[in-house]
Design a protein. Structure first.
Length: 474
């Protein structure tokens, strides 16, 4: 407190002290009121479309990866059902699992974190969805520790029964390829064992939180299945085989093999013979799903065989951490397919996504679970990715719609009377306003009572305290 010569705090200092406290109280009260409004007025959100795909085969073993845009920008608009599995939100197939790549990002505003987590918690509770949550491991150990702290807090908020698995590290097999990664960092993670040590420590902390039976995994790219050993083993780059051998020996069946598989980026695809911009043959092959020779199922079958070779048994679980298709063209597409407009067309996205939905996941090439990437287009290291099934948070329509499609006007949910809904929402809004005003008055009154007890207020200000208390009581 700054004070005058008489020892009474200056009025400017008083407001500087009281305002933040009042704002904090108001924020808590506003969040509670907003939650009440959401409970009464909000419905499960779904993008609208006139293009129906599917049906969804083996829906219980398929999930949707949640991009950063959806996580941070509009967590209250998470699709409750698979986009395009119904028309205009009717008859769609519910989504049973979501993949989160992280709990939060240190570059995001901290004050948004709890409201976002609360929206996610409410979504999971309302729809009975399970969460596959990621915990990054990078060259910045201090940032990693903050990320891990957030992961543990989010898990506690969601509830352990809602967590289907925890991934510790994502695509570290290609970390050495990034320009920003130093050789010292790679050496520390692999040769010096920092990654394996972090993995063990975090699993132990999960156990202490009561998640001792929750599956744990490390997510690698499809590249990790190639190398001189069973899995990739390259000194100075990535020792995936050694890591997986340690993990399966230590955690047994609890450890899940997880790979991100993207036919879209496969460098083996070729342009049609005699053409410099056509790729029909490659497209037809990439769109294949329900045959052992199809790209994704054949990669899953390879992962299953290699896991059996490493562990000595064929019972290991295999998850597809991500698969998806970009439309428009991804700026990171550097293969010959970048010259083929049809490769990144809306029709190609439609064929690939529809194939994923109808994938029967049978035989050796069937994973135990697979996630489609992603809900919306998003930024990745400052670059816009177009793998989303929805454009951005402002879009009401799905990305896949007919050329002349118009989003229909919102209608009240079936079985609810609009008049009663309106009354309920207006009442919730009025309650929010009253709560806001009451919180401000209560905060000011509380601080003035404290100041009065310390003898800091003038007689005029003491009268104001009494008036505030009367107003608060009213």
């Amino acid at each position: 407190f700054g004070s005058s010569s008489s020892g009474v705090p200056r009025q400017t200092s008083w407001h500087a002290f009281a305002a933040p406290v009042a704002t904090s109280v108001m924020r808590q009260q506003w969040a509670a009121a907003a939650a009440l409004a959401t409970f009464w007025c909000a419905e499960a959100w779904q993008c609208s479309t006139d293009v129906a795909l599917g049906p969804v085969a083996i829906a219980g073993q398929k999930g949707l990866a949640l991009d950063d845009n959806s996580m941070r920008g509009c967590p209250w608009r998470l699709p409750a059902s698979w986009p395009n599995t119904g028309t205009d939100g009717k008859g769609a197939t519910p989504i049973n699992s979501l993949r989160l790549f992280k709990a939060w990002d240190r570059n995001w505003q901290e004050r948004q974190r709890l409201p976002v987590w609360e929206s996610l918690r409410d979504f999971v509770a309302s729809h009975g969805a399970k969460i596959f949550i990621g915990s990054p491991v990078t060259c910045d150990s201090k940032a990693d520790e903050q990320d891990w702290t957030w992961v543990k807090k989010l898990i506690q908020m969601l509830g352990k029964d809602q967590v289907m698995g925890v991934a510790i590290g994502n695509e570290l097999d290609i970390l050495w390829q990034k320009d920003s990664t130093s050789s010292a960092c790679v050496h520390s993670l692999w040769e010096e064992g920092r990654y394996w040590g972090e993995f063990q420590r975090r699993v132990k902390e999960l156990d202490s939180l009561g998640l001792g039976s929750v599956p744990v995994t490390a997510v690698f790219t499809g590249n990790a299945m190639y190398g001189s050993a069973v899995f990739q083993e390259m000194a100075g780059k990535a020792l995936v085989n050694s890591f997986l051998a340690n993990a399966t020996k230590t955690y047994g069946a609890r450890f899940v093999f997880t790979f991100n598989l993207y036919p879209y980026f496969d460098p083996n695809w070729k342009l049609d013979s005699g053409s410099d911009d056509q790729c029909k043959a490659s497209l037809d092959s990439a769109m294949c799903w329900n045959s052992p020779s199809c790209t994704v199922p054949s990669n899953v079958a390879m992962a299953r065989r290699k896991a059996a070779q490493l562990t000595g048994n064929g019972g290991s679980k295999i998850w597809v951490g991500e698969t998806g298709w970009s439309s428009p063209k991804a700026t990171t597409l550097t293969t010959s397919m970048a010259q083929c407009p049809a490769w990144s067309s809306s029709n190609a996205l439609r064929r690939f996504y529809d194939g994923f939905l109808q994938w029967n996941m049978a035989g050796e090439g069937a994973p135990d679970h697979a996630f489609y990437f992603a809900a919306r287009d998003s930024l990745n290291f400052g670059i816009v990715e177009h793998f989303g099934l929805i454009g951005d948070c402002m879009d009401q329509a799905c990305k896949l719609v007919s050329a002349n499609y118009t989003v229909p006007p919102l209608e009240p949910p079936a079985g609810r009377h609009m008049a009663w809904m309106s009354i309920g929402c207006v009442a919730a809004g009025a309650l929010s306003l009253v709560t806001l005003v009451a919180a401000y008055i209560a905060a000011r009154a509380r601080q003035r009572r404290q100041a009065k007890a310390r003898g800091w207020l003038t007689a005029q200000e003491q009268d104001s305290v009494a008036m505030s208390e009367s107003s608060t009581a009213a």
